[in-house]
Design a protein around this ligand. Structure first.
Ligand SMILES: Nc1ncnc2c1ncn2[C@@H]1O[C@H](COP(=O)(O)OP(=O)(O)OP(=O)(O)O)[C@@H](O)[C@H]1O
Length: 273
């Protein structure tokens, strides 16, 4: 399948070097050190997890990686290009897309149009082209729609293409968020709690879909979720943060048995215990 990302890709990275590299990223909110010395090397087509207890700093890390927050210090490179200080739209255009904990769709627009909006990042129609409605406009429109359907097909949403986004079930709205992010042809896709609110059947189907994304879209994934079954089941490597600090990194089998990780989730023993 010729994916939106593989055709739009202008990557210069090889599989040997990390696609996304974060080094020593830190960010404080007033006196609170939300993220401290965060580092991560995400390879091409990697499927990594980022986990930690509530308030550990996971979403703040996503916000740094996508330019919502500028880190106090540290480096962030995509294909060796420095992204620190870049605005979110520049970072998206560079190849990092995300979904949000709280669904943020254009509810009144159709499922197809939500995804076409993502695809427009790579194929802008432009004001003049839209006004003139010449051959170029219709060619571009057709290619946007084709790309949108490639993504919708994989996410199992093609049959609902004409329905308003809000008419989808909650689980399908989450899938649509992923579809829209994928339509921007990202090199890195950040999924923030994609399974939140899903039932176990929906989660199993989502896990199956996520596993296919790296190969089918030539994309690397960093996934936050509180569902350990999902994270352990789909990720090759997992980074664990607690109080803003990385406390472990490794394959799921190692992480499951790491005493610091178990301690962070169960809560450190106190003097009263
Ligand atoms: N804009 C902000 N201003 C002040 N403090 C913030 C801000 N954003 C996050 N924090 C604080 O930073 C810490 C990390 O928050 P963050 O949302 O990144 O954690 P998280 O691991 O994503 O949590 P959860 O799993 O509950 O979503 C928390 O103590 C949070 O209250």
């Amino acid at each position: 399948m010729s994916s939106p990302s593989s055709t739009a890709r202008q990557s210069t990275s090889t599989s040997a070097e990390p696609l996304l590299e974060a080094r020593g990223l830190s960010l404080s909110f007033g006196g609170l050190k939300a993220v401290s010395e965060f580092s991560l090397s995400l390879p091409r087509r990697g499927l990594y997890g980022l986990i930690g207890p509530n308030g550990a700093g996971k979403t703040t890390i996503f916000n740094i990686l996508t330019g919502v927050y500028k880190p106090d210090c540290g480096e962030l490179n995509l294909n060796s290009r420095n992204l620190v200080g870049c605005r979110p739209h520049i970072i998206t255009a560079s190849g990092i897309a995300r979904t949000f904990q709280n669904i943020r769709l254009f509810g009144e627009l159709s499922v197809l149009d939500n995804v076409r909006l993502g695809a427009q990042l790579r194929h802008p129609l432009g004001v003049f082209r839209t006004l003139l409605r010449g051959r170029g406009f219709f060619r571009c429109e057709a290619s946007l729609t084709e790309r949108a359907f490639q993504v919708l097909d994989l996410l199992g949403l093609s049959d609902s293409a004409d329905a308003p986004a809000t008419s989808l079930s909650y689980g399908h709205q989450r899938r649509l968020e992923i579809a829209r992010a994928l339509a921007t042809a990202p090199q890195v896709l950040l999924l923030d709690e994609p399974a939140a609110g899903m039932n176990s059947k929906e989660k199993m189907a989502l896990a199956e879909t996520i596993r296919r994304l790296p190969d089918e879209f030539d994309v690397s994934i960093l996934l936050i979720d509180h569902d350990m079954g999902l994270v352990m089941g789909v990720c090759d490597q997992i980074t664990v943060v607690d109080h803003g600090v990385v406390i472990a990194h490794g394959p799921p089998a190692l992480i499951q048995n790491d005493q610091r990780v178990i301690g962070a989730y169960l809560g450190e023993p106190t003097d009263d215990d």
